[in-house]
Ligand binder design. Structure first.
Ligand code: NAP
Length: 507
């Protein structure tokens, strides 16, 4: 059981995944079912976002190790593909039980290396277990289809069976903000449908990915079926994306990185979950207490480091003063601080670059005459929950993904201007609309260029019961229980000539 929450503590039985030097854990790579030291002997520091102390060292995987991981995944393809589906399911069920067993360790690692507030770290571990359980239920629906041929003249003497087959090797590349859930949302559907996997966790949060690999190994996954290489995205991730043996890339991360993947990937299946700039549109007839409550949570949850975070409010001017008053009261009462403290909702941002980005967006807005009502200060990497009013459309924060606990309020004339401003963004992941009019809701939902519209609620992807994903620069493909399985499988048609049966001869 973990003692503190700014320290990497592992169960005794995880001793083979790291070496220890001067009290510091130096993790190993997971390739071909073995825990190996990096060949070049190089490591990088995993730092606590809360205190910036070095928590551990992670292996600086190289191009060679990325290639080796792909070779192992390639040569072990038959090991997973030829396992009966029920055996694959049982391995993942065992992994799920191990996640439950090691829940406290996982929560502690999420708080330590990701700076995730305790309440959200616990929620992530629970969501990961739930995602695993529900993926396994969904896996039992990978049936394929029977299509009779005699409805069409040229296939009159045939029938077809349509099979769903694994693509082969899946590259799972994941971001820092959900270091456990995001890998599970890719690796579980990939494995259960018979793929082998190479995984690259984010460099800010590599330990969770390695911990998860150990769990899957302990659950009985055959050697080589899952390989985890930590190291620079531009090197390890780049090899995973461009190697022709990899048949699908499932990437979650920024639009900046993700938008360059199609050109490098060639003819692979691509599932890209990228950045967002969710607008909360608030109309005259909205329930303003509900809107204020949901918008506040939609901004600050997980310190605002979510692709589905509300990162601008487009408020019709007649209700703007009243709504801003309610938001201000709520923003002033949000507890920020160290992520292990009970009740903290806003903890540190992930690193200095993230802090500078958020601070520069707020400074830019204020320099363009936005009104700073709450926050605008930082304490180390903790950025205070921040509310800006009268934000002009020239401000960068009206358009750029914020990834921090900041809400810019933009006042608009009416519903039509709100939709026009929302749609002017190059991003199209999520949006929310607050109204009590069915007709306004429907008009807006049909007109917004986004993957998901949340009505009278903040966007929340949860465990993936509803499909989610983006349009425009927010990505390609859909994440979700069955949808993720679809992304990582291909259809094979088996067409059978049944003329010898003597049917359809008009007897
Ligand atoms: P990021 O910087 O784009 O990194 C994501 C992953 O890509 C990391 O593992 C990174 O490795 C790797 N990478 C970097 N360069 C690469 C390259 N050239 N080729 C292949 N992989 C490469 O994103 P992040 O800062 O970790 O995460 C935040 C972003 O993710 C936000 O934009 C957020 O909106 C998005 N996100 C989207 C969703 C969604 O469902 N749409 C969900 C969560 C997050 P390194 O860490 O080593 O650089």
């Amino acid at each position: 059981m973990a003692r503190t929450l700014d320290e990497i503590i592992l169960p005794d039985e995880f001793r083979d995944i790291y070496d220890e030097e001067d009290g510091l854990k130096k993790f190993r790579l997971f390739i071909g079912g073995k825990w190996v030291k990096p060949r070049n002997g190089r490591y990088f520091s995993v730092k606590s976002p809360s205190t910036r102390r070095v928590l551990a060292e992670a292996p600086l995987g190289s191009r060679d190790e990325a290639l080796e991981a792909i070779s192992e995944a390639d040569s072990s393809r038959s090991r997973i593909r030829n396992l009966a589906a029920i055996d694959r399911i049982e391995i993942l069920e065992a992994a799920s039980r191990l996640i439950a067993k090691y829940e406290d360790y996982l929560v502690s690692i999420l708080v330590s290396e990701a700076g995730k507030p305790l309440v959200y770290a616990k929620a992530e571990v629970n969501a990961a277990m739930e995602r695993m359980r529900l993926t396994l239920e969904e896996a039992r629906k990978i049936y394929g289809e029977y299509i009779p041929g005699d409805w069409v003249k040229d296939t009159k003497n045939k029938f077809a069976i349509v099979l769903r087959e694994p693509v082969g090797i899946v590259a799972a590349i994941t971001p820092f903000n959900y270091p456990l859930f995001s890998p599970i949302a890719k690796i579980a559907p990939a494995l259960v449908s018979g793929n082998s996997v190479v995984h690259k966790p984010a460099s800010d949060t590599p330990v969770t990915g390695l911990f998860l690999a150990k769990i899957l190994q302990a659950a009985g996954l055959p050697d080589g079926v899952l390989n985890v290489v930590t190291g620079p995205g531009g090197e390890v991730g780049d090899v995973f994306v461009s190697d022709p043996r990899v048949k699908a890339v499932s990437f979650t991360g920024s639009t900046e990185i993700g938008s360059k993947i199609p050109a490098k990937a060639g003819l692979k299946k691509l599932h890209l979950e990228l950045g967002g700039k969710a607008a909360a549109i608030v109309l005259k007839d909205a329930d303003l207490d509900l809107a204020a409550e949901k918008i506040t949570l939609g901004v600050v949850k997980n310190s605002g480091q979510r692709c589905d975070a509300i990162s601008r409010a487009l408020v019709v001017k007649e209700v703007a003063d009243e709504l801003v008053g309610k938001l201000e009261e709520r923003f002033r009462n949000i507890r920020f601080g160290y992520p292990w403290e009970e009740g903290v909702q806003v903890g540190p941002l992930i690193n200095e670059k993230a802090l500078n980005h958020v601070a520069s967006l707020v400074e830019d807005a204020v320099s363009k005459r936005a009104l700073l009502l709450v926050g605008g200060k930082n304490h180390g990497l903790i950025y205070e929950p921040t509310l800006l009013d009268h934000v002009p459309l020239e401000a960068r924060i009206a358009w750029e993904e914020t990834f921090g606990p900041v809400l810019p309020v933009i006042r608009v004339r009416d519903e039509y201007e709100a939709v026009e401003v929302s749609n002017r963004s190059n991003l199209g992941l999520d949006s929310a609309v607050f109204t009590n009019s069915l007709y306004s809701m429907w008009r807006i939902a049909k007109t917004l260029q986004v993957g998901t519209v949340s009505v009278n609620d903040a966007p929340a992807h949860g465990v993936g019961n509803f499909p989610f994903g983006g349009v425009k620069d927010s990505g390609i493909g859909r994440e979700g229980l069955g949808y993720s399985i679809d992304e990582l499988t291909v259809i094979k048609t088996v067409s059978v000539n049944i003329a010898p049966s003597g049917l359809w001869k008009g007897r």
